[in-house]
Design a protein around this ligand. Sequence first.
Ligand SMILES: Nc1ncnc2c1ncn2[C@@H]1O[C@H](COP(=O)(O)OP(=O)(O)OP(=O)(O)O)[C@@H](O)[C@H]1O
Ligand code: SF4
Ligand SMILES: [Mg+2]
Length: 375
Amino acid sequence: MSKSIRNPVEHPNEHATFAASQPQPKANPGDAPREASTSGKLEYDPQYILQVRDLKKHFPIKDGMLSRVTGYVKAVDGVTFNLKRGTTMGLVGESGCGKTTTGRTILRLSGDKTAGDVLFNGKEVYDFTKKEMHDARTKMQIIFQDPFSSLSPRMPVGEIIGEAVREHKLVPKAEFNDYIDDIMDKCGLQPFHKDRYPHEFSGGQRQRICIARALALNPEFVVCDEPVSALDVSIQAQIINLLEELQEQFGLTYLFISHDLSVVEHISDTVGVMYLGNLVEYGETDDIFRNPLHPYTKALFSAIPVPDPTVKMKRIVLEGSIPSPANPPEGCKFHTRCAQCMEKCRHEVPAQKEIEPGHYVVCHLFDDVPEAGSR
Ligand SMILES: Nc1ncnc2c1ncn2[C@@H]1O[C@H](COP(=O)(O)OP(=O)(O)OP(=O)(O)O)[C@@H](O)[C@H]1O
Ligand code: SF4
Ligand SMILES: [Mg+2]
């Protein structure tokens, strides 16, 4: 009999059982109350596996003996993007800007959302019935930064990879062993690895186990949350190559969260740049890297090392630290650190604008530039 499956929301440090069946996620006690929707129904566009509109996730700040809610951490505060089937979207931004929370909220792993829409294959994830959510758990997966803490130390690798396959009855019993062998082979693991325990593997191999565990469920969409950050540089390339091969073979769609801009440039078709809970710029990877428009994107990208020693780097150093998401600045949230800040930036929230086809920016510097479609 398969082991019982625990909800990672209740066991935040043990991601091992994430992939398996779970009770339908409920609102956590004290979750920020849902904001009333002000926009109409989001229309399904079949080219997109994922459509996210104005997504918000606010965490309550509790104080005192009675745990009174005194405010909210606005970790995700209005994120909008569409993700095409079989492509990779990179998500970048400073630590604490809300990348992980965006990924987890899309997957419905952080209690209730505060506002916005998340359509997965045209269906609102937060309207799924218990049965739909159970089925969707196999289709939407996550790979974490730290493969060691996300693998149960007391289970052999074959069990770890096969646990949720059994739970979801994805293959007939007679085919189970061959199925697991095949998945392990696709992820660069040997059949004899099945009986070994996570501590007997290197960091790169452990990440292969995590990928195999996700792949075994035949997913369509995978959130890769810093999947190579904890690995040696030489191993990073192997894992990136593996993710790319699997994407091609199985038509996977990735949301790839990373601090490493070179990796993001390499693996992503589109890139979103996040600051204090919002996307400030979003578009095709080439457009974002060759022609960054937002002052924050420019500063972030100015730190990328240039391979040519004759070319002098013009690094833009951001003054101050990222403000608290519990008390974000008014107007443009970046105005406290922006060298091009104007008076209206302090009071008016800039609107998202499509400057080139598919290239969006949120900044008052572009207020007078006509939208791409209207030129
Ligand atoms: N469960 C939670 N309860 C309260 N606050 C949270 C919770 N999870 C995240 N936060 C806060 O939300 C903000 C965004 O966190 P998140 O982990 O999404 O950032 P991140 O961009 O992934 O950062 P990093 O690059 O360091 O991983 C942070 O201020 C964080 O402290
Ligand atoms: S809106 Fe103003 S403060 Fe914000 S990034 Fe643009 S110029 Fe800077
Ligand atoms: Mg994170």
